[in-house]
Ligand binder design. Structure first.
Ligand SMILES: Cc1cc2nc3c(=O)[nH]c(=O)nc-3n(C[C@H](O)[C@H](O)[C@H](O)COP(=O)(O)OP(=O)(O)OC[C@H]3O[C@@H](n4cnc5c(N)ncnc54)[C@H](O)[C@@H]3O)c2cc1C
Length: 456
């Protein structure tokens, strides 16, 4: 039997194992003493993909548990404060290419009609990320009869053998709980479950930088604001106050005198706990260094104050599973079609470098890597080696280049919705997600208003 019941068991008994005083049978008995839950579908991570997966699976009648380490759903949108619904529409025509739950969330946030065929801009923003939390709370609670939501709950271990996940260990105020599920959907962004279960994955040695988003109040909007801010940051960097930044990415998105800034840039390994902690601290230090530089050197900031930084630094890239199909750059740029397409992507191949870039976030021209709307196959949600696992969101199976496009919020939601529907089909049919035909998933998605873009 192989198991990777990390952190929990390791924490309690690593020393005993090292001393040869404890073996796997003891590990099993420790695990069997724990609180137990069982469900049809377990969704790990309640971000863009995970929330869509939970709603889709619960709406189809399956018994679902959603586990999320934050005290709210929404992932990047609510924990990093990112209001963008990128991937909803084709940049050229502004036609909506992702419907289903993503369009529902955008319309329920007051941005467009529920049946919108086009949007005003291809990358719309929601007006308020706190209200988005409440919207998700309401939608999740509407399904409370068959959907259990566990916030403040960390997935911290996986017990797998024989190519199946037997249980997932979670930690929260109840202590450690073993959750047994017929199908597990990994929407952790980092492929935590897939990696710990032994599914093959890739992670670049150098991944895209991490970014802490923050807001500054009482800023005057002046004609030279962008230029003044750039000059102040260059000066701060030359003085050794700011290692890296980009943009600086200043936007009056939420109020007339309030700026939202996404210019922090911290190179780190987000799957290494100590390095992630260092990145959180560096992100806060850099955000405040930017604020101090502007307050000191830019007159428009003379009466400004630091409003808030979001609780977590944002992770753009970490593990990507090597699944049954690895979506690649050519598939995107050539528009390769797939019989098992279950979602549509349309964002450019948006890679951020680990260095300062002034003006743009990228060090290349985005229009050169802008695909037309493209297919995402079901097989890119299916890992190898584990039969009862789906992986949706930014850790699905794609090359680094393709992932630079598929990672955006709406595309992640579209994959999550497809995974939720597929998992539900597997549970109802008492079969494995690996056996489910992607074309049938697409047909099921179409019935609930989702699935890939089709003309008309
Ligand atoms: C700084 C930054 C800026 C970005 N800018 C844009 C942009 O402008 N437009 C755009 O469309 N996209 C942008 N992206 C990309 C996009 O937001 C993400 O790639 C997208 O959110 C991916 O969705 P996801 O569901 O895979 O991951 P997430 O939305 O991050 O959700 C993952 C969820 O899993 C939870 N989780 C993780 N591990 C565990 C665990 N072990 N136990 C329990 N819960 C866990 C997390 O708390 C989180 O809620 C940006 C990303 C970053 C980091």
């Amino acid at each position: 039997m192989s198991f990777s019941d990390r952190r929990n068991f390791v924490k309690f008994s690593a020393a005993a194992i090292a001393a040869g005083a404890i073996g796997n049978s003891k590990a099993d008995s420790l695990r069997s003493d724990r609180r137990k839950l069982s469900t049809g579908i377990l969704i790990c991570g309640g971000g863009c993909a995970g929330t869509a997966a939970a709603l889709a699976a619960a709406r189809s009648g399956a018994k679902v548990i959603l586990v999320e380490k934050a005290p709210f759903a929404g992932g990047i949108i609510t924990s990093v404060g990112l209001p963008y619904f990128d991937g909803i529409a084709d940049i050229k025509t502004k036609r909506v290419v992702v419907k289903g739950i993503a369009l529902e969330l955008l319309s329920k946030s007051g941005v467009c009609a529920a049946d919108a065929k086009t949007v005003k801009i291809h990358n719309p923003t929601i007006p308020n990320t706190f209200e988005f939390k409440i919207l998700l709370d309401r939608l999740l609670q509407e399904r409370k009869e068959n959907l259990t939501v566990l916030f403040n709950t960390m997935v911290c271990g996986v017990h797998s053998d024989g190519g199946r996940i037997r249980s997932v260990t979670v930690a929260n105020k109840d202590g450690l709980t073993e959750i047994e599920a017929k199908t597990v959907i990994d929407c952790s962004g980092d492929a935590d479950v897939a990696a710990w279960a032994g599914a093959p994955f890739e992670q670049n040695k150098e991944v895209q930088p991490l970014t802490l988003h923050f807001r500054i109040g009482h800023v005057k909007s002046t004609a030279t604001l962008g230029k003044d801010c750039k000059e102040a940051l260059a000066k701060a960097q030359a003085a050794g106050e700011l290692p890296h930044y980009y943009g600086p990415g200043i936007m009056f998105l939420f109020g007339k005198d309030e700026i939202y800034v996404h210019g922090v840039r911290v190179p780190a390994d987000p799957t290494n706990a100590a390095d992630l902690s260092r990145a959180e601290m560096q992100g806060r230090a850099d955000a405040h260094a930017m604020f101090r530089a502007w307050k000191r050197d830019v007159p428009a900031f003379s009466e400004s104050y630091f409003l808030e930084a979001y609780p977590w630094i944002g992770v753009r890239e970490s593990r990507r599973i090597t699944g049954q199909y690895v979506l690649n750059e050519d598939d995107l740029m050539k528009g390769n079609r797939f019989d098992d397409a279950i979602a549509t992507g349309c964002w450019y191949l948006d890679l951020h470098p680990n260095k300062t870039t002034v003006g743009s976030a990228n060090d290349f021209a985005p229009e050169k890597v802008q695909p037309a709307p493209y297919d995402i196959p079901y097989r890119s949600l299916l890992p190898q080696k584990i039969e009862n696992l789906l992986v949706a969101g930014r850790c699905h199976s794609a090359t680094r280049g393709a992932h630079a496009s598929t990672r955006v919020t709406v595309t992640a939601m579209a994959m999550g919705e497809a995974a939720g529907v597929a998992a539900s089909m597997a549970v109802k049919g008492n079969t494995s997600v690996q056996e489910i035909d992607g074309q049938r998933v697409r047909e099921a998605l179409e019935k609930v208003g989702g699935g890939p873009f089709t003309e008309g």
